[in-house]
Design a protein around this ligand. Structure first.
Ligand code: DC
Length: 248
């Protein structure tokens, strides 16, 4: 079973999904990390991010695993490498290709069938799991999202905003698995809301719908530390717990 949390980059999906998973005793799934892993692997073997023909077999043959917060590609820890800006840009490009999407969606479905997940991405509620019992579409204003990311990374806000708009456009306009809310998704604008408010809202929806792990103790996020809004680019949460207006 899956709770789907979709939305554009910088809306707070990762932090919210992780915190909701911890609160409910579900496992967290970062589907973006899979597309990022494809992008990294393509770079390493010299396959162009626009070469859909070569990317198909490459994506299908990759071994992508999660170990807590770590992402493993063929057993190698790539958690930090997949967050590099050039890999972020390539991830958005490789994820356009239907062959890549088919390979990743199949893996995501296999995971979701086997346990209870809070999965974040762009197409979890529309493609990966259209029957998900709870779908949340998280948004925040463009400026807010760029501001959170820039505060995290120290980058210039205007540069972040420009890159973000480009990624958003590519993610929304592609033919397959485009970024859009499912018809039955609950849309939640996190602009000006604290992390606690957003998490409480989503957990409240899950409780209303009586969503609970199938059997306690076998699928919970092992990390139940107090959550903070952090950017997808930050491997570890920052020590202070600030509202989303200050973080991603
Ligand atoms: O969530 P993220 O920023 O880590 O995702 C990286 C890229 O992967 C993003 O530009 C779009 C793509 N992606 C996707 O196409 N479908 C998903 N379910 C998740 C991510």
């Amino acid at each position: 079973m899956v709770i789907a949390i979709d939305g554009p980059a910088g809306a707070g999906k990762s932090t919210v999904a992780r915190a909701v998973a911890a609160a409910l005793g579900f496992t967290y799934l970062d589907s973006g990390a899979m597309y990022r892993s494809v992008a990294l692997a393509a770079r390493e073997v010299g396959v162009d991010a626009d070469d859909g023909v070569a990317l198909g077999p490459l994506a299908a043959g990759l071994e992508i695993d999660f170990d807590g917060r770590r992402v493993l590609l063929g057993g190698r820890d790539v958690t930090d490498a997949i967050r590099r800006p050039e890999v972020s840009a390539d991830a958005s490009r490789v994820s356009v290709h239907p062959v890549v999407r088919e390979a990743m969606v199949a893996r995501q479905r296999a995971l979701i069938e086997a346990a209870d997940y809070v999965a974040e991405g762009r197409d979890i509620g529309t493609v990966v799991s259209p029957d998900a019992p709870l779908k949340v579409f998280l948004t925040a204003s463009d400026e807010e999202r760029a501001r959170r990311r820039a505060a995290e990374t120290g980058e210039d806000i205007a540069a972040v905003l420009a890159a973000q708009l480009q990624r958003d456009a590519r993610d929304s306009e592609r033919e397959h698995g485009a970024l859009r809310p499912a018809d039955d998704a609950v849309e939640l604008d996190t602009t000006g809301l604290s992390l606690e408010e957003v998490v409480a809202r989503v957990v409240g929806l899950a409780h209303e719908r009586r969503l609970a792990p199938r059997s306690k103790g076998d699928s919970g996020d092992p990390e139940r530390t107090s959550p903070q809004f952090v950017s997808e680019g930050s491997p570890e949460p920052s020590p202070s717990q600030r509202p989303p207006s200050e973080h991603q």
